[in-house]
Design a binder for this molecule. Structure first.
Ligand SMILES: *Cc1c(COP(=O)(O)O)cnc(C)c1O
Length: 369
């Protein structure tokens, strides 16, 4: 059996090991927040934003940000149907109602025309998720937000390295949220980041993230409101600092992997993640969509991946297909795309011969089909 090809794994060098070891050995007492502060600083610089708060996950960052915007029972939040559950779970934890709208067939992100149609007097926010590194139409979404007085929130968990007309994903909305889960472009094992340009929102989330203790409070152990505990540890942040020092290489590695696949699939009846004029795609996860009308059996393909010891991954299901939601088959693109799509292995250090194994398998699949 050929060696297993994992769909993702982090890029860890001696630098990450050295920083984590230092944090474990020395990052206590006076130094207990040193790597956290440094990680936030490096992240802010990379993104070009005013504020960043390291968190234990992207889910936690979204939860606090939405809470700080006072989203709660009776409110509606508009987001794309094609998504990972992490984006919508905090909306439900806060008692608000998610409104799933369809995606665009080329970017696989929010269809802005449908977003505007979905707005009601109860709408409180729009969440723009940059799926698989692909960018949402931010100009259009921000204009809709402005027109209706609604914040646009960016879930940029999959969009490290993605740039929209000079602005990095996550830096454009009312706030942005990132994930450093082990499968993401930058990792701390588990972890996340809340970012914003807003002084007011930053202060609010900072207090919430500190169990509701506001900065000016002089009384010890005196929370002023019920907050959250979604903090990142100093040891995790140490790994994050090493990753941030290598971020250009990490992004370049993802782009190299995508480029090799794109070349290998030339002439095949598939499309991949798009990179429209004026944008850069961080290509977190190269995915293929099989052309409409082409004979394709997703389950059979995934089975042959497995046989060949290669990890294949299903494209996100429409969230409204999950048992806890009401089905929305009128979201035609979301209900169609997932059936003719898969995600490919894409970790930074994937070799050309490993990618050739993936490409050969797909070529064979389509020749038979
Ligand atoms: C990974 C991911 C998340 C969740 O990140 P966690 O750090 O695991 O909470 C949220 N949204 C999207 C789009 C993701 O891909």
């Amino acid at each position: 059996m050929k060696e297993r090809i994992y769909y993702t794994k982090p890029s860890i060098t001696e630098k990450e090991v050295r920083y984590a070891t230092d944090a474990a050995r020395n990052g206590w007492g006076k130094q207990c927040y040193e790597y956290i502060n440094q990680f936030e600083e490096l992240f802010k610089q990379h993104l070009g934003v005013k504020y960043a708060i390291a968190t234990s996950s992207c889910t936690g960052a979204l939860h606090m940000g939405l809470a700080a915007l006072d989203i709660g029972p009776g409110d509606e939040v508009v987001l794309a149907d094609t998504n990972w559950i992490a984006t919508v779970a905090p909306v439900l934890h806060l008692g608000a109602k998610p409104v799933f709208v369809d995606i665009l067939p080329d970017t696989w992100c929010l269809d802005h025309i449908l977003v505007e149609e979905a707005i009601t007097p109860r709408t409180k926010a729009i969440i723009a998720v940059h799926i698989y590194g692909n960018l949402c139409e931010m100009d259009e979404l921000m204009a809709i937000g402005e027109k209706h007085g609604l914040p646009v929130i960016e879930d940029a968990a999959e969009a490290i390295g993605s740039i929209y007309h000079g602005k990095r994903a996550g830096s454009m909305g009312k706030f942005g949220a990132f994930s450093f889960h082990g499968t993401k472009t930058v990792t701390t094992g588990e972890g996340g980041m809340f970012v914003t340009q807003s002084d007011e929102l930053y202060e609010k989330v900072l207090s919430l993230s500190n169990h509701g203790r506001v900065r000016e409070q002089v009384k010890q152990f005196w929370p002023d409101m019920i907050g959250f505990k979604y903090k990142m540890s100093n040891v995790q942040a140490a790994i994050g600092c090493a990753q941030m020092e290598r971020i250009d290489d990490l992004i370049a590695a993802k782009r190299r992997v995508f480029g090799y696949y794109a070349e290998g699939f030339k002439g095949m009846p598939v499309t991949m993640n798009q990179e429209p004029e004026g944008t850069q795609n961080g290509f977190w996860m190269p995915s293929i969509i099989v052309d409409e009308g082409v004979q394709f059996d997703r389950e059979a393909l995934l089975a042959s991946f497995k046989e060949n010891n290669i990890d294949g991954r299903v494209f996100f299901w429409p969230l409204s297909m999950l048992p806890m939601f009401e089905r929305k088959p009128m979201n035609k693109v979301s209900y169609d795309l997932y059936q003719r799509a898969i995600n490919l292995p894409s970790y930074h250090d994937l070799t050309e011969s490993e990618m050739d194994r993936v490409i050969d398998l797909l070529v064979k699949n389509f020749n038979q089909g």
